[in-house]
Design a protein around this ligand. Structure first.
Ligand code: GDP
Ligand code: MG
Length: 440
């Protein structure tokens, strides 16, 4: 996913002001990238519609750097879909806090039970692991191993006591935890390879028996388009209060994450990132969004934008515009800086309200900067400060001196005066009016 998006944003980056078709193209690319990453169709559609609306709106139009602003919008919307703020585990007012795990077989529930126990113990809690998966012969053994690794206690049916009923085991575990003063109970449950009614019914009965503070739905982050159907089946069958994404250490790019969080409206609370008990962390929506967008790329984009335009320099120039002391010398310095920066267009894209002006200057190329330089350098100091001194004969002399025509000189002076006037208005915070052009 991030490779595709990186490409999309790279294309955007070269733009100053964005046209509606730039935005449409970008949104189309984003949508395709999301679908390729197995984000559910509805989610991708809603997401791209929202991004498009915002990207065509005022906030981008007025932005210092429109392309950057679009990236920002995409990022914000991703974070929003992923749950916005980080959601913490809810603890019961009266211990024990009961956390029930649900999900398909192989999703990573039992492993998560161990991870949670270890993490909770580190936070000063006293967790009890409950073996309410009595479906597979070695399920209890597996939980026992995990509990030992985590240094946590386990509650399981007595060996030789028959298979036992998972609902009864779960129910008894709560009383046991209260008696023995365990403050958190983690109930591991059985899963099937596919959603099935009997398993769902058992999970629902366990839920009623233990009245959990949290029901965590564990889903393998590699799950493709099935993720939404599975999540919805669990939401209907048992319901859950939060999601845990497991196996995020694989190639998963977050398609399942985006879909599940968005389609169920339940926040992702934890991420599992490996087989070891320490490969586990609270889920941060902003970090996941960065992962999806490839933050490295975005940071580069922002750095480039910042280094290209020295803020102090910009402030000085703005002051000159405002106080009407902007001269042809400043104009030249600006232009030389622009050349150092690489692209005039880029610079204009970063100045607020400069869209129209940038368009006017679109035809500006390197050679034009060289010509401008030649003309201005042929003027006297006084003329550079006060272009009104430039009468007909002076213009002719300057044209000859710089190897240009009088028309070139006239155009340059006109352009300077217009620029100075527009920028003065902008510097004062107004909207420049250019005859025949309407507001910028
Ligand atoms: P359960 O059936 O839902 O209880 O799933 P398990 O906890 O037994 O995990 C199934 C398999 O996935 C095991 O081999 C685990 O080691 C592995 N596993 C669980 N979580 C992760 C994870 O975050 N990353 C990786 N790479 N493997 C995991
Ligand atoms: Mg298990």
């Amino acid at each position: 996913l991030s490779d595709r998006l990186a490409e999309t944003f790279k294309n955007l980056r070269t733009k100053g002001k964005l046209s509606a078709s730039d935005v449409d193209g970008t949104v189309r690319d984003i949508r395709r990238a999301l679908l390729e990453a197995d984000v559910a169709f509805e989610v991708a559609k809603t997401f791209s519609t929202t991004v498009r609306e915002r990207a065509l709106g005022d906030e981008v139009n007025r932005a210092l750097n429109p392309a950057q602003q679009v990236v920002q919008i995409v990022n914000e919307e991703l974070v929003g879909i992923l749950g916005g703020q980080q959601r913490r585990l809810e603890f019961a007012k009266n211990p024990p806090t009961v956390i029930m795990l649900a999900g398909l077989q192989g999703a990573g529930k039992t492993t998560l039970a161990g991870k949670l126990a270890k993490w909770l113990a580190k936070e000063g809690h006293t967790p009890l692991l409950v073996a309410a998966d009595l479906q597979r012969p070695n399920a209890v053994t597996q939980l026992g191993v995990v509990a030992e690794q985590a240094g946590a206690a386990i509650f399981a049916p007595e060996p030789g006591n028959g298979v036992g009923d998972p609902v009864t085991v779960a129910k008894n575990s709560i009383k046991y935890a209260r008696d023995k003063q365990y403050d958190t109970v983690i109930v591991d449950t059985a899963g099937r390879l596919g959603v099935d009614a009997e398993m769902m019914d058992q999970a629902a009965r366990i839920r009623r028996a233990v009245d959990p503070d949290e029901v965590l739905f564990v889903i393998d982050a590699m799950t493709g388009q099935d993720a939404v159907a599975t999540a919805k089946a669990f939401q209907d069958g048992v319901d859950f209060t939060g999601v845990v994404l497991s196996k995020l250490d694989g190639d998963a790019r977050g398609g399942a994450a985006l879909s599940v969080a968005s389609m169920t409206g339940r926040p992702i609370i934890f991420a599992s990132t490996g087989e070891g008990l320490d490969d586990f962390e609270p889920f941060h929506p902003d970090r996941m969004a960065s992962r999806i967008l490839d933050l490295g790329d975005i940071l580069t984009l922002i750095e480039q934008a910042q280094s290209a335009f020295d803020e102090e320099e910009a402030r000085k120039v703005a002051e000159k515009f405002a106080t009407d002391t902007f001269t042809l010398d400043d104009f030249l310095t600006q232009m030389q800086q622009l050349r150092n920066m690489g692209s005039l267009k880029k610079m204009m894209g970063m100045l607020p309200g400069m869209g129209q002006m940038k368009q006017q200057l679109d035809g500006f190329d390197e050679r034009e900067i060289v010509r401008t330089e030649a003309i201005i350098q042929s003027m006297t100091r006084a003329e550079r400060v006060n272009p009104k001194l430039l009468n007909g004969s002076r213009r002719l002399r300057i044209a000859r001196g710089s190897g240009m025509t009088v028309t070139d000189v006239n155009q340059l002076v006109a352009r300077f005066e217009q620029a100075a006037k527009m920028m003065k208005t902008v510097a004062k915070g107004g909207v420049p009016q250019v005859p025949g052009m309407g507001p910028v």
